[in-house]
Design a binder for this molecule. Structure first.
Ligand code: PLP
Length: 455
């Protein structure tokens, strides 16, 4: 066990020597060392130097109830003592998985009443790929294998999920996407809307789905997948015309709609699920992150009565993970959902805290370097631009001003992420108004300092 009190430089050297980080530039890690987080409470992180850092990203969009809730630790310990593991394969079950599936069926909208448990968001989307293809097989339409997704969407890092995602940089590393996954353009009006109004652009981008279905052949299309609001792509909020048109098209061609709620789920947009905020009616929802508020890994695919009926009618679905429905994860998830519900966290987001954050966040658009400021519930973004009227991108390599701004946030003890030249936030849902004020002070200071550097 490595003690917290080793000097930071020593910890950083050990880290760089032996720890391969996800999504991290190895060279930068060697030169600068990682920031080492030692503890956290509420929305505040403490690093190995004793800095108090405001976590504007809820970890990786997951700490919905905030850090340091003792109840979750107690539930996990109790469950570990009683039944630390048993699988849910081969017609066995256990009480935490049963109770969690029932609860999720209650919370999920419409007829999404059946839950397949997974270990993360990525492998939940892999489950979805296999499940929709199996679904069409059972329905004796085995040629329906193609899944349509969007460029700049993010659905995870496994081979399947990264193929579903539309991150070209990820595709370049290793022959992705896998066959029968195709992409259409994203509904990012700020960057790609040209002379169209947002409404015209939203319709046009949704209609790319119909064009793609016709190009592929409607009889070959299994499903469309999208995040209600693209998170990792830069908190891209589609124009209002977009989702109703997508919904019309998937209905017309009878293809399944998968809503990836890994970020949007469990209160992030002010309702239990992003679908409810945006009026989307999916056949399958992918969930993870906020399901346990990140206290322990867990994901799930929540599917409709119809999908479950077909899957159950077919040959055994030859799919599953050792940790599908892990009892400790399920117990922690149930306690997290209890807190979200009984503490009124989501109600408070909708009625009080999201409107407060929205007013503050949108006021950033008066900053000389900020173009659009978008926010839905507790996920927001700003586009950095040298020319607001033209919605111009900075001439330097995309990401440079974003990276500079993120560095200034780091220096000001605020975690705010950048995606290219967009800055994004997604704080814990339990953040207070005073903490939002503090977040805004640090964000504005960081923007001012970045602006000074490039002027
Ligand atoms: N789907 C979405 C929308 C995500 O944002 C993410 C992660 O950020 C994933 C899937 C992948 O989840 P995980 O990192 O738990 O595999």
């Amino acid at each position: 066990m490595i003690e917290n009190h080793l000097p930071t430089a020593e910890l950083q050297a050990l880290d760089a020597a032996h720890h391969m980080h996800p999504f991290t530039d190895g060279d930068a890690l060697n030169k600068k060392g990682a920031r080492i987080i030692t503890r956290a409470k509420g929305v505040w992180l403490t690093d190995s130097e004793g800095n108090e850092i405001l976590d504007g990203m809820a970890g990786l969009w997951c700490m919905n109830i905030g850090y340091g809730r003792e109840e979750l630790a107690e539930v996990a310990a109790r469950q570990m003592r009683q039944l630390p593991f048993y699988n849910t394969f081969f017609q066995t079950s256990h009480i935490p998985a049963i109770a969690l599936a029932k609860k999720l069926a209650e919370l999920a909208p419409g007829n999404l009443n059946h839950v397949f448990f997974n270990g993360s968001g990525s492998d939940s989307n892999d489950t979805n790929i296999r499940m929709v293809r199996h679904y069409w097989n059972v329905k004796e339409q085995p040629e329906r294998t193609v899944i349509i997704s969007r460029w700049n969407g993010y659905h995870g890092s496994t081979i399947g999920a990264a193929s579903l995602g539309g991150m070209k940089g990820m595709h370049k590393q290793g022959g992705l996407p896998i066959p029968d996954i195709v992409h259409i353009d994203q509904p990012d009006w700020w960057s790609e809307g040209g002379d169209m109004t947002p409404e015209e652009f939203g319709l046009a981008r949704a209609q790319e789905l119909e064009a793609k279905i016709l190009e592929v052949g409607p009889e070959k299309v299994a499903a469309f997948i999208g995040e209600p609001i693209q998170g990792a792509g830069g908190v891209i909020v589609a124009p209002e015309t977009y989702w109703p048109e997508i919904q019309r098209i998937v209905k017309k061609y009878g293809i399944l709609l998968i809503a990836d709620e890994v970020i949007c789920g469990f209160g992030r947009t002010g309702n239990w699920f992003g679908c409810q905020t945006l009026g989307i009616e999916p056949d399958i929802m992918t969930v993870a992150k906020g399901l346990t508020s990140g206290y322990i890994p867990m994901g799930a695919s929540i599917v409709s009565d119809e999908v479950a009926k077909v899957i159950n009618a077919g040959d055994e679905f030859a799919h599953g993970y050792t940790y599908s429905g892990h009892p400790v994860a399920a117990a922690v998830a149930l306690e997290n959902l209890r807190i979200l519900e009984e503490d009124g966290v989501i109600d408070r987001v909708r009625s009080e805290i999201a409107p407060y954050l929205k007013a503050k966040w949108e006021s950033l658009s008066d900053h000389p370097m900020v173009g659009e400021a978008k926010i839905v519930g507790m996920m927001g973004s700003i586009a950095l631009t040298p020319n607001k009227a033209k919605r111009a991108a900075f001439a330097a390599k995309s990401g440079t001003i974003g990276l500079i701004t993120r560095e200034r946030c780091f220096a000001n003890n605020l975690v705010m992420r950048h995606v290219g030249d967009r800055m994004i936030i997604s704080p814990p849902l339990t953040i207070t108004k005073a903490e939002i004020d503090e977040l805004m002070v640090r964000a504005r200071k960081s923007l001012d300092e970045a602006y000074e550097k490039i002027k």
